[in-house]
Write a protein that binds this ligand. Structure first.
Ligand code: ADP
Ligand code: ADP
Ligand code: MG
Length: 496
C-alpha cells in the first residue's frame, strides 16, 4: 500500500479523502491556493504545499506544479477527487510518466469517456442503449445538423462533446432555436473546455437521471454498486440524490445494472466510475455518459453498502483485486444526500460569499456530514460554492426522509446565505414525498411560505441577527428598532 498520497483538490472532497488516508495509516498531502491557505483541507492534512495563485487555472489545474510537489515530497500516488484534474487524461499520463500512481482509470479510458461522442460510439458498440441522435466528428455544418434534427424530431438537445458540469447544453424546440443553440453551445464549450465540437441528442421529455456506481480492478473484475437517483437538479446539476431510485422496479434495476457492468467491462475499467443513464416515462433507459472518477454523491452508496469507496480506490490503484463479487453486494435501507451550497435560491441560486459565522451541523445515528468548512472559514468567489454534503440513512424511505427533514431543520449556518431552507421545502413537497419527480422538478417548484424551523433555532438566529447588527453598526437603538431577520441569516427560502 502507498505511504503518502497527494490530494489534488480542495474543499469537502479533499477532507473526505484525507480521512480515509489517515485511517489507513497513509500520510495525506494537501495542496492549496492562496485563498485556501487556512482552509479545512489544509488544516486536516499531514503536510501542505502552496500553489501560488488564486484562480483554479493558476492553482488546482496546474499539472506541472502538482507533479513537482508530489515528486519533491515523496508521494507515491495522487488522488484527484472530482472536478479539477480528475477527468484529465493528460494529468493521468503525466502522473504515470513521473512514476506516480494516478488514482483512477487509465489515461486512455479517461480520454475516451471525456469525449461524449466517442463514449456513445464505444458503448453503443458494446450493446448499451444510447440516446438516439446525431454525432460524427463534431464539425458538421449547420445545414447537416438541421437536416439531422428534423430526422431525430424536435425537441433536440445540442450538446458539447467536451461538456461537463451541465455546461455547453441547449434545448431546441425548432429550427430557429437549433441555430442559436448550436451557436451558444459552441461558444460556451470553446470558452469552458477549449473545444467547440457539438452533437445532437433526442431531448427526452420528463426524464429521470439514474446512475450506477461501477468498480473495476486491474485483473478484469467489474461490479456495479446499484443506483443513485439524481433528478433534483438546477442548471443540469444535481442538488439532492437518493438511493434506491423510487422509479426502478427490481427488473429494471437488474437490467440497468447489467448494462452498467457491460459498459465497465467493455472499457476494461479500473477503479471507481459512474455510468449515467436517462430514464424516460415509459421505463426505457439510455446511456448518457461515464464519469471516470469518484462522484460527489458517493456517500449514499457507501451508506447502503457499508463500504468506503476511497479505500477501495486506493486498494485497486495499488494493484489489489476487488475483495467481493457482484453477488456479495446487498444494499440495505434508503439514503438521501443534500448538497449544502452557499447560494441564494430566491435569486436564481446566486452564489453567496463571505465569512461563515456559525456552522452548527446536526449529528446523530445514521447522519453523515462531509464538510469542507467550519465556522470562521471564508467562502471565496474563486471556486464552487458547495460547503458540505449532508447524508442520512434509514431502514425505509420514509424513515430516511424524516431524518433528513429533521437534520436540515437542525442545521444552522449564518454569515453566508445557504440553500438549507430551500432544500427543506423541496423535501416537504408532496410529489417529492411520493417519489414522483423528474429532472424538471425544480423548474416549476414553488414553496409556499417558510419551511418550519424549531423555536430554538429561530431564537438563536434572531439573537444572531441582533448581535450582528449591533457589532457591525455599533448602534444599540437601531438594533432594537429594526426587525432582526432570522430567515435571511438562517437561509430562509421563499418563492420569488
Ligand atoms: P457529479 O457528476 O459527481 O454529481 P457534478 O457534475 O455536479 O458532479 O460535478 C462535480 C464537480 O465538478 C462540480 O464542482 C462541478 O462544478 C465540477 N465539474 C464537473 N465537470 C467539470 C468540468 N468538465 N470542468 C470543470 N469542472 C467540472
Ligand atoms: P454533464 O456532463 O454536464 O453532466 P450529462 O450528459 O450528464 O452532462 O447531462 C446532464 C443532465 O442534463 C442530465 O442529468 C439530464 O438532466 C440532462 N440531460 C442530458 N441529456 C439529456 C437528454 N437527451 N434529454 C433530456 N435531458 C437530458
Ligand atoms: Mg453528467
Amino acid at each position: 500500500m502507498f505511504k503518502k498520497v497527494l490530494i489534488a483538490n480542495r474543499g469537502e472532497i479533499a477532507v473526505r479523502i484525507t480521512n480515509t488516508l489517515q485511517q489507513m495509516g497513509i500520510a495525506a498531502v494537501a495542496v492549496h491556493s492562496e485563498p485556501d491557505r487556512w482552509g479545512l483541507h489544509v488544516r486536516r492534512a499531514d503536510e501542505a504545499y502552496a500553489l501560488d495563485g488564486e484562480t483554479a487555472a493558476d492553482t488546482y489545474l496546474r499539472i506541472d506544479r502538482i507533479i513537482d510537489i508530489a515528486k519533491s515530497c515523496g508521494a507515491d500516488a495522487i488522488h484527484p477527487g472530482y472536478g479539477f484534474l480528475s477527468e484529465n487524461a493528460e494529468f493521468a499520463q503525466a502522473c504515470s510518466d513521473a512514476g506516480i500512481v494516478f488514482i483512477g482509470p487509465s489515461p486512455d479510458v479517461i480520454r475516451k469517456m471525456g469525449d461524449k461522442m466517442i463514449a456513445k460510439t464505444t458503448l453503443a458498440e458494446a450493446g448499451v442503449p444510447v440516446v438516439p441522435g446525431y454525432w460524427d466528428e463534431g464539425h458538421a455544418d449547420v445545414a447537416t445538423l438541421e437536416k439531422e434534427a428534423e430526422r431525430i424530431g424536435y425537441p433536440v438537445l445540442v450538446k458539447a462533446a467536451a461538456g461537463g458540469g451541465g455546461k455547453g447544453m441547449r434545448i431546441a424546440k425548432d429550427v430557429k432555436e437549433l441555430r442559436s443553440g448550436i451557436d451558444i453551445a459552441r461558444r460556451e464549450s470553446a470558452s469552458a473546455f477549449g473545444d467547440d465540437r457539438v452533437f445532437l441528442e433526442k431531448y427526452v421529455t420528463s426524464p429521470r437521471h439514474v446512475e450506477f456506481q461501477v468498480f473495476g480492478d486491474s485483473v478484469g473484475n467489474a461490479v456495479h454498486m446499484f443506483e443513485r437517483e439524481c433528478s433534483i437538479q438546477r442548471r443540469y446539476q444535481k442538488i439532492i440524490e437518493e438511493s434506491p431510485s423510487p422509479a426502478l422496479s427490481p427488473k429494471l434495476r437488474e437490467e440497468m445494472g447489467a448494462a452498467a457492468v457491460q459498459a465497465a467491462q467493455a472499457l476494461g475499467y479500473s477503479g471507481a466510475g459512474t455510468v449515467e443513464f436517462i430514464l424516460d416515462a415509459s421505463g426505457a433507459f439510455y446511456f448518457l455518459e461515464v464519469n471516470t472518477r469518484l462522484q460527489v454523491e458517493h456517500p449514499i452508496t457507501e451508506m447502503r453498502l457499508q463500504l468506503d469507496l476511497v479505500r477501495l480506490q486506493l486498494e485497486v490503484a495499488a494493484g489489489m483485486p476487488l475483495p467481493f463479487e457482484q453477488a456479495d453486494l446487498n444494499p440495505c435501507g434508503h439514503a438521501f444526500e443534500c448538497r449544502i451550497y452557499a447560494e441564494d435560491a430566491t435569486r436564481g441560486f446566486l452564489p453567496s460569499v463571505g465569512a461563515i459565522r456559525h456552522f452548527d451541523a446536526p449529528v446523530g445515528a445514521n447522519i453523515r456530514l462531509d464538510s469542507g468548512v467550519q465556522a470562521g472559514d471564508e467562502v471565496s468567489v474563486y471556486y464552487d460554492p458547495m460547503l458540505a454534503k449532508l447524508a442520512v440513512w434509514g431502514q425505509t424511505r420514509e424513515e430516511a426522509l424524516a431524518r433528513m427533514a429533521w437534520a436540515l431543520r437542525r442545521f444552522v449556518v449564518t454569515g453566508v446565505t445557504t440553500n438549507i431552507a430551500f432544500m427543506a421545502a423541496v423535501l416537504a413537497d408532496p410529489a417529492f414525498v411520493r417519489g414522483v419527480y423528474d429532472t424538471h422538478f425544480l423548474d416549476s417548484f414553488r414553496a409556499d411560505g417558510p419551511a418550519e424551523l424549531p423555536d430554538e433555532v429561530l431564537v438563536a438566529a434572531a439573537m444572531l441577527g441582533r448581535e450582528k447588527k449591533s457589532t457591525v453598526r455599533g448602534a444599540q437603538s437601531e438594533a432594537q428598532t429594526s426587525t432582526p431577520s432570522p430567515w435571511r441569516d438562517a437561509g430562509h427560502w421563499r418563492s420569488a
